[in-house]
Design a binder for this molecule. Sequence first.
Ligand code: NAP
Length: 250
Amino acid sequence: MCNTRFEGKTAVVTGAARGIGYQCARQLAAGGATVVLVDVLEDALRQAADKLQAECGRAALTCAADVTDEAAVEKLLDEAAEKTGRLDILINNAGITRDDLLLRMDARMWDLVMAVNLKGTFLMTKHAARHMLRQRYGRIVNLASVSGLVGNPGQANYSASKAGVVGFTRTVARELAKRGITCNAVAPGFIKTDMTDVLPEKAKEMALAAIPMQRMGTAEEVARVVAFLASDEAAYVTGHVLPVDGGMAP
Ligand code: NAP
């Protein structure tokens, strides 16, 4: 798995303590990047950093922060750039669900999902871009979702937030293209992580039935595509949304 495609680069990954975020961090570290793991819980972060060290032989920096807190976001990105001398790659992976049918969904569930999935992506991107613009180099990869492309009953808030991530990605790509910064998104389908483990069996059966490949994806399968978009192999790709979904999206 080890290679040198991210040697000398600094990468920040949000929601990196587990699931897809951890696997993204692993791909980047295995490619030689200095990785900054961002998540809300200090303990979970420390465990993830230990695991990364054991699996890739690389020490990661950790930062406990909530991506919805602008002051914390600005501080963590400034510190990451100061400590490592650069800020090359941002993976906006932190995301949550608060599922319910439209008429049962209260405004709090709506606001919370929008805050983490959409505002968090905006804040991280805005403050990372300041550093990337100075370097005239950057790779931003956002985690959207098939739900944001085609909709999904019970996920009005989540689908709207991920559709927002798609529009945000396309706009940021156009704004920053002249400065050597790319911005793309991946849209995972149904991936086996803690987020989907909690779904009722009935919901899992229905989701499986909608996947042409007839299996859930793995976090590593998503992370490999994220790593491609973060690498120089994808230098001429920007403003795109790549489904990683076993054929689910039309
Ligand atoms: P996950 O297992 O639930 O992990 C998400 C991580 O994000 C957790 O460690 C979580 O911390 C952290 N997080 C949540 N809110 C945060 C905040 N405000 N600030 C910083 N970190 C925060 O999720 P996943 O399944 O790996 O999903 C990762 C991304 O892929 C999400 O954006 C998700 O929407 C997207 N996605 C996933 C699937 C899927 O099938 N799994 C499909 C499509 C898209 P806590 O431990 O404190 O909650």
